[in-house]
Design a protein around this ligand. Sequence first.
Ligand code: ADP
Ligand code: MG
Length: 684
Amino acid sequence: MKEHDLLSSDIRFVKGVGEKRASAFYSLGIHTAGDLLSHYPRAYEDRTVYKKIIECEHDETVCIRATVSSALRKNVIRKNMTIYTAKLSDGTGVIEAVWFNMRFLDNQIKVGSEFIFYGKIQTSPKKRIQTPIFERIGAQKQTGRIVPVYPLSSGLTQKIISASVADVLNRTCGTLKDPIPETIRKKYNLCDIEKAYRQIHFPTSAKELEYARHRFIFEELFFMQAALFMLKGRRNKLSAIPIKDCNEMPDFIKSLPFALTNAQNRVLTEILSDIKNDTPMNRLVQGDVGSGKTIIAACAMFAAAKSGMQSALMAPTEILAAQHYESLNSLFSPLGINVELLTGSMTAKAKKEALSRIKNGESIVIVGTHALFSEQVEFNNLNLVITDEQHRFGVNQRKLFSDKGANPHTLVMTATPIPRTLALVVYGDLEVSAIDELPPGRQKIDTFPVGENMRERIYAFIKKEVAAGHQAYIVCPLVEESEQLDLKSVTEYAQTLSDEIFPDLSVAFLHGKMKASQKDTVMTHFAAGDIDVLVATSVIEVGVNVPNATIMVVENAERFGLSQLHQLRGRVGRGKDKAYCILFNQSKQTYAQERMEVMKRTNDGFIIAEKDLELRGPGEFFGTRQHGLPPLNIANLYSDLDVLTETTKAVRALLDEDPTLSLPQNQPILAKIREIFKQNITFS
Ligand code: ADP
Ligand code: MG
């Protein structure tokens, strides 16, 4: 059989695998012989360490070479519980081996027989080796080696998996084609495919194992990046309508109520020079909360409008969309540029009118939620699409955009800081800009993690700040916006605060289940200063801008992720006044306290994201799935950053030489890319 056939053949073709085992393999996602080879061990047991009995230390797991020096003793403790013991010696000392319920030992453990024993050592009350595996010298399969530990499902054992893998390896021996060309393997010192499979499943040493693992990590990242970079290549060949420099831009910038920071100027220049091109811009702007991303979007939209083209700004929530609408409208309407708001919850009539103004081109600047991309929306000449606070930008999302305009320029703005190298991989086909500077005069938001005992003092503090003319947010956690119970608690809590704690203040509440028009009303009143204390769920997490608010109180702060707390905190400290963030921590766990301490210590979103990552682990913080990338089997986007740097180089070099991967020697690469991305991307 050819290698290709065998690897893609059903797992039942493997020796010893019948219907029953096959379905056990299926339940692990292993359908073919090739899947089996890629079912890497989740861990390894190093059974290569040999010790003399005299050197054995408590709790270590080791191999000893010893002779049985006393007859096997049987001790029936109770029904179904028999303990077997025997003394072993190696000339340096004596140790007792202990097994439970192993009847066949009788035939094997005989005085004078020599074995390699592998097990965990105990030194008190006496020197023991617990339930050791033992094998004759020279016939070792389980000892003296690094032994893989596979993820299992019922019906499978480590032994079955190892034997099945061995069978596939033996049958494919000498026929496996390496998807990584030899030139690249040489250059980056990568193990060839066959050796890599052997070593990852049956390592002969820790060093060889590492070499093999490195190869597979490299391979995975290499192909993922190659696919993403090819998408980018394709985009470069797409044609877009340029948005030309406009003479009015300098005056527009001068007319703003503040001077742009250096970082804002730099990023704006990058954007304006992108959109001048006849290939579509595809840029990600990263900037911490409050770094001033909105105005950058506004400038780009201004340029589009001056070229007579429509632009759209998409926000993740209706509140934020409404707020962007307000600020853009106040900037643009005096200049005769019509701004339109489109959200899912508008009345049918209002929506119909908005849709018609969008279609006939009367509205030039359009703001909305993802409703902007629903089928009914027809644009007149959409040429710039901006997505705000889009944390979950998938590789396929651009397709939505390009369905709406010819090939509009796209810009994504986010406050979720991810390391630049990583952004490059995840957003592979995006250019990345960073607004790495806050507007001048911003003060550190003082952050206080507190317990219940501080509640009275915090309420008093809120009263004092309100008396000084400021406003406060109180955020209650709502894990799911639909949780009725929590929902009730927000409204009830607001009521209690209003009736009992702050009878003289104006208290309102806001949650995700309210009608959009209600939410708007509340936000408008809050922004206007009519509401002193706003009790809200995390719907206000992103983007909302009310500079007069100076206190952010978070209830049950331990239930929020650090980056989320940072977002919440970013709702205050947006003006010139000193701002405070109070985190009520109802958890006594040190883990929770540690997290609160991070918030207290730093205002830097980047450090917070890293801590979040460290404390929660990359899985939760950053699933690859939500980005539309293929799931990674062995590589880790965070811990393998150094490999990533190498694969980036390798992919660049490859595509510089052969941008469409049409050279014969690169066909295996192209085939592999198609295979990986078959569900995600269609290459034409
Ligand atoms: P974010 O990056 O979090 O979206 P915003 O765009 O909402 O930040 O800006 C935060 C606040 O800072 C707004 O009130 C905005 O008007 C103000 N701002 C933006 N840029 C500057 C600047 N260069 N100087 C002073 N204030 C600025
Ligand atoms: Mg914003």
